[in-house]
Design a protein around this ligand. Sequence first.
Ligand code: SD4
Length: 321
Amino acid sequence: MDRRRFMRTSALGVSAVASSPVSLAGPLQTRRWPIIMSTWDHGVAANTVGFDLLKKGRSALDAVEKGVMEVESDPKVRTVGIGGYPDREGKVTLDACIMKADGACGAVAFLQDIKNPIAVARKVMEETPHIMLVGQGAKQFALQNGFKEEELLTRAAKKDYQEWLKTSDYKPLINIENHDTISTLAIDEKGVMAGACTTSGAAWKMHGRVGDSPIIGAGLFIDGEVGGACATGLGEEVIRTAGSAMVVEAMRYGKTPQEACETIVNRMIKKQQNLQGFQVGFMAMDKNGQTGAYSVQKGFTYALKSDTVEELAEARYLIKK
Ligand code: SD4
């Protein structure tokens, strides 16, 4: 296995036996939490913020929300939040969702001018009878809830857009460099899991296009009885296979998180024969904090942080050239 690691890395060990009455983990399972895991290299920044909150006794929900907000708010990250690549009309449109172990969830899609879509998604979950708000309605809801309207197309993103306009070359297949959604899964001190997923979506997409990231069951799925999973990469393929929900189902029926990610990538590949440049990665965590990750192509990295492990690793992958 190809694994790139840095910082302090040590093996996950038996640290305690789950005994909390509110824990969703079985009483005899090995406790591996608090733990947090995020997609891609920028997952390190999300984990730093999120793990700090977990250690202060805050909920997994707070940890995943605040963790990914760190990345949404960083204009240097070109695939999430402010500074994200725009669509073919030069508009930055954002998608995000958040989910708790008990099935509560919220999402926003095609949201413009608001840099932290994940916080709006949480508000949708907590303050409305709905799960998803989109476009103008999502923006109106955000403004009513105190979010600030901001220009999300930074100077750097505008420059790239103008460069892109010269050819306007749009391929719906993924370019591995321009798709780096942040998804985060965490289990808090009480053994409760939550997840978050947020993105500016595919660069140069059609105006109005929404990918998998805000769709519960596609970009993210959490079931406290089993665990959680999230996706990154070409959203159309993830939606087609109900990706994250299927990874969780595979765990429900006995697969480890690693096996579950591999099973669903393999299933996806059976349906989609055009593998040129097409990347999807899944990341999974079971309710005990065991983790796994797998992608179609080389290059999908994820960051993991707990009391005993802090690493940035490259996931195993299917297509060996
Ligand atoms: C999308 N899945 O909009 C997102 C993009 C992505 O890593 O994940 N990038 O299709």
